[in-house]
Ligand binder design. Structure first.
Ligand code: GLU
Length: 495
């Protein structure tokens, strides 16, 4: 059968050359795994570091796994993370379409081309597709592998259903190179004549992936190490076509602990889950970048990296082949650092919805409360519970007034509140500085430590031992009337 080379030549002529081109090729599952996010990030970083092109390709060949809205999750996550793509389904590009199901007509032609080149063959055997997919059959006995061209032509003419299989040499071995895993050699006899084109004319995942990577001019294939075992067959496909093999960068899994991979099914958080848990995107990205990649040289000790800094610093040689363990405590540390370093106005904007979950009273200014929280908050989700006392003074035990370090007990606390009340009631300006100065002057007058005066006041107005901000800040935000009311309640408790 003659193949029309023009078709292939036209596709080849569209492939951009001479620049690094990487692609993130997610399957639309409906969420973004931490491991997938890391793959996306590394892939993006390799392209950006080299001034290359970053491509988004949607791998939706496996129809069984289609989830509604899943593609949107991918777009949204990439955009939120700042992992902008130069080519993709929504922005187009020279080697589209960028959605695998829209590329269907291509694969059959390439499978036929590979037959022509001798690296694949028609197989008319009746095997269940599931057997073929899992590779669980004895290819050694496959009678179609050595069928004469005449017999093949006759079968095709008779309309016999067929699959196209990869013809793996029986002898020898195949070696492929991976950036972090080095050279890996497998005996060809260990590899099965995998199906490339199914009976329905659709490609298998492994075939579509290779065709797409080649036709999109991908120079660096970055993906999870679960694909390592397929890499020799991929290599043989590239060789069969006479194409250049891309640089492989297989990334070890992100682990929950020493034994187990992180898995959504076992309750490990996805990117979306992490956000819902109060982690912010730049902190997640920063942490994820360091799960399996280490900066070297001058920046070997640096931990906090913006995306731009990562793009400058990233090198594939820094990717480790040992699996990294996801440590939520460490992520929390990154998150807290990011929150603290944020511009206060930006933090206030981010914190406001969380503050409003805890504080409904509009008289309390969310931006002022945010000011108290910024240095004292590891995750945004902690906020509502930290600030709920603004709306309603909680029921509290008078034990809280006793604090050894502040030298307070019931008696001392009552005395302090009794002295404080008239000072606050008669203060002419309800401003933070004025409140502060008046209270410090009072402590001096009473010849007590500042803490001895401040502790009971803070307990009385907040009703809890741990608060964001001290007595002065809380008084200022609560307003005079409310402070006076709460101080009186405290006094009643202590009497
Ligand atoms: N679609 C594959 C996945 O989501 C990606 C495989 C690859 O990058 O080669 O796991």
């Amino acid at each position: 059968m003659a193949v029309d080379m023009k078709f292939f030549e036209e596709l080849e002529s569209r492939i951009p050359k001479g620049k690094v081109r990487t692609r993130f090729a997610p399957s639309p599952t409906g969420y973004m795994h931490v491991g997938n996010l890391r793959t996306a990030l590394y892939t993006w970083l390799i392209a950006r570091n080299a001034g290359g092109t970053f491509i988004l390709r949607i791998e939706d060949t496996d129809q069984g796994r289609l989830v509604e809205g899943a593609t949107e999750v991918i777009y949204r996550t990439m955009a939120e993370c700042g992992l902008t793509h130069d080519e993709g389904p929504d922005v187009g590009g020279p080697v589209g379409p960028y959605i695998q199901t829209e590329r269907r007509p291509l694969y059959k032609k390439f499978a036929e081309l590979l037959v022509e080149k001798g690296a694949a063959y028609y197989c008319f055997c009746e095997k269940a597709e599931s057997e073929e997919d899992s590779g669980e059959f004895n290819r050694g006995d496959d009678p179609c592998r050595d069928m004469s061209p005449e017999e093949v032509a006759a079968n095709l003419a008779a309309g016999k259903p067929y699959v196209i299989r990869q013809r793996i040499p029986h002898e020898g071995s195949t070696t492929f190179h991976d950036i972090s895993f080095g050279d890996i050699t497998v005996e060809n006899k260990e590899l099965d004549d995998q199906v490339l084109l199914k009976r329905d004319g659709l490609p298998t995942y492994n075939f579509a992936n290779v065709i797409d990577d080649h036709l999109m001019g991908i120079t660096h294939v970055v993906r999870g190490s679960e694909y390592l075992s397929s890499a020799p067959k991929y290599n043989l496909l590239y060789e069969g076509f006479g194409w250049d093999i891309p640089t492989y960068v297989h990334c070890s899994p992100v682990m929950r602990d020493a034994q187990n991979k992180m898995s959504k099914r076992h309750g490990d958080p996805s990117y979306e889950d992490l956000k819902a848990l109060g982690y912010i995107t730049p902190a997640i990205l920063n942490y994820v970048a360091l799960l399996g990649w280490s900066p070297r040289g001058d920046i070997a000790e640096q931990e906090i990296f913006s995306l731009e800094e990562l793009a400058r610093a990233f090198d594939i040689a820094g990717i480790s082949k040992s699996p990294a363990i996801f440590d939520i405590e460490k992520l929390t540390y990154f998150n807290a650092s990011y929150l603290r370093a944020m511009d206060p106005a930006e933090f206030a904007k981010l914190a406001e919805p969380f503050i409003r979950q805890g504080v409904k009273g509009e008289q309390y200014d969310a931006a002022q409360i945010a000011g108290l929280l910024q240095a004292r908050c590891e995750k945004l989700t902690e906020i509502p519970e930290k600030v709920d006392f603004f709306d309603t003074l909680p029921e509290y035990d008078k034990e809280l007034f006793t604090n050894k370090k502040s030298k307070t007990n019931d008696e001392v606390s009552l005395a302090m509140l009794e002295a404080t009340l008239p000072v606050l009631e008669s203060l002419d300006r309800w401003e933070q500085e004025a409140i502060h100065d008046a209270l410090i002057a009072l402590a001096e007058k009473l010849e007590v430590k500042n803490a001895t005066l401040m502790w009971p006041l803070r307990i009385a107005i907040a009703g809890k031992a741990v608060t964001p901000g001290g007595a002065v800040e809380l008084c200022h935000i609560l307003g005079r009337d409310e402070v006076v009311r709460r101080v009186k309640i405290g006094m009643d408790k202590l009497k």
